[in-house]
Design a protein around this ligand. Structure first.
Ligand SMILES: *Cc1c(COP(=O)(O)O)cnc(C)c1O
Length: 366
């Protein structure tokens, strides 16, 4: 029996009423609610433009397209992420250049990025992994080499680095509102940018290559990446609550930190001084000194009804899809080693202090 679920979608009365209102209006597809959601979302992130789409993957593809990346260009990214990050680069026929991750944050390593810069590299795509904004030294590498930055903020809605919000770094940033993310619409995504040209190009890709100014004139290959008003209505309700929901995640993380800090062989999530982490995942490292292996601990927790999962069990470069491009075991040793030791624990907003205690005890006395 599940005692402590790993995720619990936060759907309340406000979301339910907003959806009913849209259903009754008869305007189900992209309409006024999408416009309103975009305006509010841009304000929240502190950027000029937001373009709503129907998934985080679509937002990433739109960013790669809108930033002008194409065949012959290369983009540096992390192998320790969800597959959509790297796939969005391939969708525009550009090349993926992986660089290794940092030991503590598990985010893309700025030194590895610098070392990976070569002829043809036009952009960097850092990921705000687990809900923390990527290392600012990557921005320095980008400006040194005049590279575009696309921030994959799918996991970091509401996070901050310094006083700036996730989604305001780089030339464009991308969010996902998939059902398990900190903020959800079921399926859905958003591109944010300060650049009006990037916003316009993203709007074109979303709608079959058609400019929203001149209808039925197709400028380029495009897709149907549009968001429904139904989804936007949920998104607006969620946006009203995101800070409150993230505050609960941070409280739970603090309790987990306190409970687990004395357990030998468990390394707590690192948080850099300038980061306001929103804990999309609370991910521990199970070290050698712990009495069980990572996989044994995972099994033991599941048997006690505690939801937990490995994000990610295998770095992207070791999957057949990418290995085919010439990557092999040993290319990114930090990512490979940490993929064998990470374990994500429940941290979602509806956990009770008792449930947190159950998790702590199950790890302290396996
Ligand atoms: C969820 C996620 C995506 C993809 O978003 P979808 O909405 O599922 O398409 C991309 N990158 C990262 C890091 C993610 O966590």
């Amino acid at each position: 029996m599940v005692q402590v679920p790993l995720v619990t979608p936060q759907i309340g009365e406000e979301e339910t009423m907003a959806v009913l209102e849209v259903l009754r209006s008869g305007m189900l597809a992209q309409g006024p609610r999408v416009n309103e959601f975009e305006t509010l979302f841009a304000q929240y992130c502190g950027v000029k433009h937001a373009v709503a789409v129907n998934s985080g993957t679509a937002a990433l593809h739109a960013a790669v397209y809108a930033c002008g990346l194409q065949a012959g260009d290369a983009v540096i990214t992390t192998p320790f992420t969800f597959v959509a990050t790297a796939n969005s680069i391939l969708m525009q026929d550009a090349d993926v250049v992986f660089a290794d991750i940092q030991e503590d944050t598990l985010c893309l390593d700025p030194d590895a990025v610098r070392a990976a810069v070569r002829e043809g590299v036009k952009a960097i795509m850092p990921v705000d992994l687990y809900g923390q904004v990527y290392d600012e030294r990557i921005d320095a590498v980008a400006s040194e080499h005049d590279l575009i930055v696309i921030e994959d903020a799918a996991q970091s809605m509401g996070a901050r680095r310094g006083d700036r919000k996730a989604g305001s770094f780089g030339n464009a940033a991308c969010f996902s509102f998939y059902a398990t993310k900190n903020m959800l619409t079921g399926e859905g995504g958003m591109l944010t940018t300060d650049d009006p040209h990037v916003a316009e190009m993203a709007r074109r890709l979303r709608h079959h290559g058609q400019s929203e100014q001149t209808r039925y004139e197709y400028h380029d290959l495009g897709y149907n990446y549009r968001m429904m008003d139904l989804q936007a209505a949920i998104g607006i309700a969620q946006l009203n609550r995101i800070d409150e929901l993230n505050a609960k995640r941070r409280e739970n993380a603090k309790r987990l930190d306190a409970g687990l800090s004395t357990v030998r062989g468990i390394r707590l999530p690192a948080v850099t001084a300038d980061n306001h982490h929103v804990y999309h995942q609370y991910t521990i490292i199970v070290e050698e000194e712990y009495p069980l292996s990572r996989d044994e601990l995972l099994e033991s927790l599941r048997q006690k009804g505690i939801g937990c999962a490995v994000y990610y069990p295998k770095p992207l470069h070791l999957h057949p899809h990418f290995a085919r491009m010439g990557f092999r075991e040993g290319d990114f040793p930090v990512a490979e080693r940490l993929a064998r030791s990470v374990l994500s624990l429940p941290v979602h907003p509806s956990l009770t202090p008792e449930q947190v205690q159950t998790v702590v005890e199950a790890i302290a006395r396996p």
